[in-house]
Design a protein around this ligand. Structure first.
Ligand SMILES: [Zn+2]
Length: 175
């Protein structure tokens, strides 16, 4: 299944930002989220600003995962309002006219969050709104968007899927 390509791109960007910038656990290990490598072209201040906002986006995934869709939608609406997410056509850097979803003078982090929140809003306003999730493997809380045909994704990665499979296999063979 597919959301339109812009939505898919910005939702993928949201998953990436949340998983890189919010601490917790990943694939069975503690994750401190201290690296900046993926945003090497941005200043540490810009990345820190994005990190602060990424926590809010994480709560949207957590709410959907808990079945609290009302909370997820309320949170997204708050972000859209606070970040002045509004569509406008723009043309810059030699690109053709294209749609942006943030205040024209917003900082990089605020622009990025406004776009990602708009993408999440499209997902939540869609019958496929339950496709946002949090990894169910032990010691992992990374988020994902489930684009499988029947919506059965439970893990952030094949690494987590394999960890759970291996643990189940060992448990069966212990007895
Ligand atoms: Zn995982």
């Amino acid at each position: 299944m597919n959301f339109d390509s812009h939505t898919s791109d910005v939702v993928a960007a949201a998953v990436r930002a949340i998983n890189l910038l919010t601490p917790g656990h990943t694939r069975g290990r503690e994750y401190t989220a201290t690296g900046y490598d993926d945003y090497a072209d941005r200043s540490p201040e810009e990345v820190e600003e994005l990190r602060a906002y990424a926590m809010g986006l994480r709560s949207v995934f957590a709410a959907v995962d808990d079945g609290r869709v009302d909370d997820a939608c309320t949170t997204v609406n708050t972000i859209l309002r606070d970040f002045q997410a509004a569509p406008f056509l723009t043309r810059h850097d030699g690109e053709p006219w294209h749609l942006h979803f943030h205040a024209p003078d917003a900082s990089w982090a605020r622009s990025h969050i406004a776009s990602m929140a708009t993408g999440l809003a499209v997902v939540l306003g869609n019958p496929m709104h339950d496709r946002l999730g949090v990894c169910t493997a032990p010691a992992c809380d990374r988020v994902f968007v489930d684009v499988t045909r029947n919506g059965t994704k439970r893990f952030c990665s094949t690494a987590c899927q394999n960890r759970v499979k291996t643990a189940a296999f060992r448990a069966r063979h212990r007895d």
